[in-house]
Design a protein around this ligand. Sequence first.
Ligand code: GLN
Length: 230
Amino acid sequence: TIVIGVLALQGAFIEHINYLQRLRPAGHTIRAIPVKNVEELSQVRALVIPGGESTVISSLAFLTTGLLPALLEFVQDPSRAVWGTCAGMILMAEEDGVGGGRKKGVKGWAGMKGLKVWRNLYGTQLESFEAPLLVPSLSSPSKPFNTIFIRAPAVHSLSPSTATEILATLPSDLIPPPPPSDSPLGESNPDDLGKVMIKQGKKMVTSFHPELSGDTRVHEFWVEKCVLGR
Ligand code: GLN
């Protein structure tokens, strides 16, 4: 049995647990458990950081005894599969790689190298939207995946690396306006803004919410490629 943890401090963790429990990867059984402390983190092989509110998730991680350092070690270990969705994608960014949002002080946990994100870039007007996207790496690739964006972060910039695979990109009419160029994060890269599903070794980020789509294919993909590595 492969035990997969879903960080359960705040946000959409129950949905991820339900989707993971529905998977039937060939030759394996999956058990998905909520992770709220160091003890639970030590029981899991891989971790999902869900959507929610990144400021709240990071404060709660800091306030829970020993949890933040244990999470940093887990997330930065190249042998660990970790997937961040939405707020979770923000937390996968580099330490000083988070911009935007009203509240200051979200630090990335540096799971994905060279990733800088901009919080809430889709802004009030497009706070929430859905778009059918073709994701060629999923099973049934010709069937669009209904991507759901809820006050989502966008990629500010992503250092080029041969280890990085861009798995889904928004069509140009849905790409948000660029973040301000005079921020501490520096100039954003317009070519990176529409990247909404990225894999780097055993790490993956999605700015949308696959756990609300009614479709388990992104979960299936992460388990096959990142957790089982096949
Ligand atoms: N806006 C949230 C944040 O900054 C992310 C929203 C989400 O996870 N749906 O953390």
